[in-house]
Design a protein around this ligand. Sequence first.
Ligand code: F3S
Length: 277
Amino acid sequence: MHVIRADKSGFCFGVKRAIEMARQQCETGKRVYSLGPLIHNPQVIERLREDGLTVIDSPDEAEGGTVVIRSHGAPTSLIAELRARGLEVVDATCPLVKRAQERAVALARDGYAVVIVGDPRHPEVRAMLADVGEATVVEEEPPATLASAKRVGVIAQTTQAPESFRHVVHRLLDFDFDELRVYNTICQATVDRQRAALDLAGSGDVDVMFVLGGRNSANTGRLAQLCLAAGVPTYHLETPDELTDDMTAGRRSAGVTAGASTPDWIINAFVAALESR
Ligand code: F3S
């Protein structure tokens, strides 16, 4: 099988940085925890577990030691609680996520009604929401309740698809606000990976697309949606073991892309598995 890998795919700098920071802590020999999975890739989390990192869901589970804040960030109040419990905190929040959080807080402080364009279930958005206090999270259509706001400030989840962000902003222009302030906080790594995936899926050079990454990874899921929307049969898989004959039957060339939390060792093994067909 002929395999073409998207120009931009796999680990972004924020994910690499978080893994590096967690590994450094594990090397100290202390107890090391992450509050929620450090990144959204179960295979990488398993390797980190072997290195000594324990994933916890609540500060109550930490029995002393260090808590690494995951790349998606955490509410400021939760970080303060960890410190108050005597735990050491290593903040591996991606700097771009941090910047979006800070902008959302600044908008609320300056009296704007904050609109976050993103998924309300995603930890990045939940952390932002907790810090801002009150905000409207919009996935597709802004609610009519926003009509009473005078000044509105808009922020994007860093892994939001640019076109859905533009769509929401465009719809907000129909409201009668005195002021609409928009921060495009979508990170470049997301834009690059989505553009490269779309270019490949729409190139006419591939009969099928494989999108690799955690099923809990928002940006990976988004890549799969985009490839499907480009009209190419698309499979979202986590590991090479999930590749089955029916996925490649009658197909001669395949495109491969991967989310920002998918490591090269999974991508390379998958490409090798495809090429051997
Ligand atoms: Fe950061 Fe963007 Fe990666 S926000 S964690 S560089 S996908």
